[in-house]
Design a protein around this ligand. Sequence first.
Ligand code: ADP
Length: 555
Amino acid sequence: MAHLTDQEIAAKADIQPIEDIAAKANIPNEALELHGKHKAKVDIHQLEGDENKSKVVLVSAMNPTPAGEGKSTVTVGLSDAFNKLEKNVMVALREPSLGPVMGVKGGATGGGQAQVLPMEEINLHFNGDLHAITTANNALSAFIDNHIHHGNKLNLDPRRVSWKRVLDMNDRALRQVVVGLGGPSRGVPREDGFNITVASEIMAVLCLATDIMDLKAKLGEMVIGYTYDRKPVTAKELEVEGALALLLKEAIKPNLVQTMEGTPALIHGGPFANIAHGCNSLIATNTARKLADIVVTESGFGSDLGGEKFMNIKARKGDFKPDVIVLVATIRALKMNGGVAKDDLGEANVDALKEGIVNLGKHIENARKFGVEPVVALNDFVTDTDEERDFVLDWCKEQNVRVSLTQVWEKGGEGGVDLANQVLEVLDQPQEFKHLYDLETPIDQKIDKIVKEVYGGEGVVLTAKAQKQLAEIEANGFGNLPVCMAKSQYSLSDDPKKLGRPEGFTVTVRELDVKAGAGFVVALTGDIMTMPGLPKQPSAVNMDVAADGTSKGLF
Ligand code: ADP
C-alpha cells in the first residue's frame, strides 16, 4: 500500500470538539474563546493552578538534516504516551510559519500518527497570530517613516533605522530595499529591508511577555534606530507602544488544539531557532504548567541552538527549569554527520554511523552541562536496519545515557510508552539546573562561553563592525542582556559544512543587534539570513485546493 502523507493521515483522524479537550485540560468555559469547532483561544486570567507543581520535559535534538529529525513528532507522540499512562499532560508547541510550509521543510504539526489537529488550519494562518505580529511590526515601520517625513523631531538618522519590515514568507528579493522613492510627497528615501515575521522582535516579545501589560512595556523598550549622534531611539519615544499592544491583544492569548489522540495542546508563538530564540511562548508554557502535571515542549533545531536559548533565555526569563531533556536522534542524521551525502541517506551504513555518532555525544554532554539529565529518543524510520538500530542503542548504553527506540510516527502514543517511562525515571530524580553564564558577564565573554562549552570550539572572533557595535551596546547600558545566537542549524560550528563534532574552530560574529524589548542581544554568525529564500523546487508546487475547499500537498 502506498504510504499515506501526514495530511492524509490527519484527515482520517477523529477530531473531538474543542470544548471536550478544554474540559479534559480543566479549562473552564469562561476561559474558552472558540475559533470554529476545533480551535480556541484561552483567556489566561480565568485559570487557576500552581505552575510550580508541574514538571517540564524539553524536547531537543542532535544537529539535523534539512528534512528535520522529528522533534515535533516526538514531542506530540511523547505527550500521547503520557496520556496513555493516564498522566495529566499537556503539550506546548510553536506555531508554523508559511516560509518553511511553502519552502522546503514543511509544517510544524508533527508527522505520521503523532500530529496535532486540525493540521491544515494550524499550518495556514492559524488564528491570525502571525498576521497580527506582521501587522504590528509593519505598523511600527509606517510610524517611523511617518515621523521622519513630518519633521523628524526625534532626530532619527534615516541611515541608522534598525527596525525592518517583515513578511511571513521566504522572499529573498526583499532582503534589501529602498523606501520613500518618488519625491517629497512619498516620504524620505532610505534603505530598508524585510525579515521573515518569525525573526521580528515583536515575535520574540510576544513569546517572552508574561501578560498584556508586560507585552506593552516590552514593546515600548524596542530600539528602532539611532539618532545622528548615535543615541538609541525606542518605540516608546514614538508613543506607539499602546497601539502596537492593541494590535496584539488577541494574538497574545494561547491557542488550544488537540493531538490525534486527544491530548490537549497549546500552540503559540513561533520564532525560528537559527535566527531567533526558537521557543513557543512563555505564556503557553506557563499556562500548560498551571493546568498539567507534565508539560512536554520543544525548542527548535539542536541543543546548540533552541536548547541553549531555552535554558539561557526562556527558562531564565520565565524563572523555571526543565526537569529532563529528550534528545531526538535519527539514523539518517547520524549518517549525515558521518559524511554521507543527502541522497544516499537511505542506504544502510554502520561505518558512517560510527563516524557521525560523536555529534549526538556532544548534545548529551550539553544537556548535562545545564545540569539536566538527557534521554535519547531514537526516532525510528521503517527504512532503518536492525544492525543500525542496535549500534545506536548499544552506543548509548556504553555512554551511560538512557535511550529509547521511539516509534510514535508509526504507532502514535503506544510507540512512545517506553520513552515516557524512561522520562518518568529522570523526573523522579533531583536535577541541578544551571544557566551557562551570569548576566553580568560581558557580551563577548558570554558568546565565548557558548562557543567553547556548547559548540565545542576555541572561542569567538568579532569582526571590526561587531566590535564597534559591542562598544555601543555596552555604552548604551545593554551589556547585561543574554545573547541570542543566530547560527547554522546543521553544524555545531558557524560553518554548515563542518559536520559531526568539529574541533579547533572559532566562530565569527559579523553583527550584533540589540533587541531591548525582547531582552537579548542577537549575535549573527556565518551566512545566516534573517530573511530566508525559497529552494528551486518549493513545496508550494505540490499544493492545491479542490472546488469543495479540500486541500492537498501540505506534506
Ligand atoms: P522537526 O520538529 O525536528 O523539524 P518534524 O517532527 O516536523 O521534525 O518532522 C519532520 C518530517 O519528518 C515530518 O514530515 C514527519 O512526518 C517526518 N517524520 C518524522 N519522524 C518520522 C519517522 N519516524 N518516519 C518517517 N517520517 C518521519
